[in-house]
Design a protein around this ligand. Structure first.
Ligand code: PEP
Length: 254
């Protein structure tokens, strides 16, 4: 199991080949931060090109289809992203759940497809603001995970990562409080331990996502059970992204 902090950039629908120089800069910088596992998930169109640039960083996809192949116009399978160089896939991001009507059963089907294709998965969860205000965030997130994850794992958890991303914090500049992050990550860890056993739960890193920036990364990454960050906007610049990785590395050294 790797227990290095895991800093993952989600480029979303951003990036043309002009972004390859940024990927190269991220990769070269990551070679100096070996205590941190750094990865980026570019759009499908750049996976292969970023993979060819990458000596150090992991490269992933932002989604995959649950099927292996067939008549699914416009879709991309887990085998295809693997063939392009992806080593993992982000599944169940709130933008997929909202914009494409993906429910947790679909996320679970995609997870099976990813694991069968030999790639790892980052499963996203997170509550909308009204649920947080009503005091139901923990139940909402654990219900999502209960339905998005399998009953059993075939390994010690190292192929799975969970990302907790409160929806109201994504791209808004608002961040959950340290107390709320600690409570939620603790609850997710307890759920994973009950579901998969202690050894596997310890192998599953739980990332925080939602407006993580160089300025707030240190505080967030120091919270118990925060195993890294899923970073959207701030991952589009090598400078800000690698400053987040630097914060993770400094915490690791303490
Ligand atoms: C995300 O969408 O995964 C994300 C965390 O975005 P941002 O960092 O921009 O809030």
């Amino acid at each position: 199991m790797s227990n290095r902090p895991y800093i993952v950039g989600n480029w979303k629908m951003n990036g043309t080949r002009a972004m390859l120089s940024e990927a190269r800069t991220i990769d070269r910088a990551a070679q100096r931060y070996m205590k941190v596992e750094v990865a980026v998930a570019p759009p499908f169109t750049l996976i292969h090109a970023v993979h060819k640039e990458a000596e150090q960083i992991g490269v992933g996809a932002q989604d995959c289809h649950p099927g292996e192949d067939g008549a699914h116009t416009g879709d991309i399978s887990a085998t295809m992203v693997s063939d392009a160089g992806a080593k993992f896939v982000i599944l169940g991001h709130s933008e997929r759940r909202q914009n494409h009507g993906e429910d947790s059963a679909m996320v679970l089907a995609k997870l099976h497809a990813a694991l069968n294709a030999g790639i790892n998965a980052i499963i996203c969860c997170g509550e909308p603001e009204d649920v947080r205000v009503a005091g139901d965030a923990e139940k909402y997130v654990l219900d999502q995970l209960r339905a998005s994850l399998p009953e059993k794992l075939d390994d010690a958890g190292e192929r799975l990562t969970v990302a907790y991303e409160p929806i109201w914090a994504i791209g808004t500049g608002r961040v959950a409080t340290v107390e709320d992050i600690e409570a939620m990550h603790g609850a997710i860890y307890a759920f994973l331990k009950a579901r998969f056993g202690e050894e596997a739960a310890q192998g599953i890193r739980i990332l925080y996502g939602g407006s993580v920036k160089p300025e707030n990364a240190r505080e967030i990454l120091a919270v118990p059970h925060v195993g890294g960050a899923l970073v959207g906007g701030a991952s589009l610049s090598a400078d800000s992204f690698m400053n987040i990785a630097l914060a993770a590395g400094e915490i690791e050294e303490q």
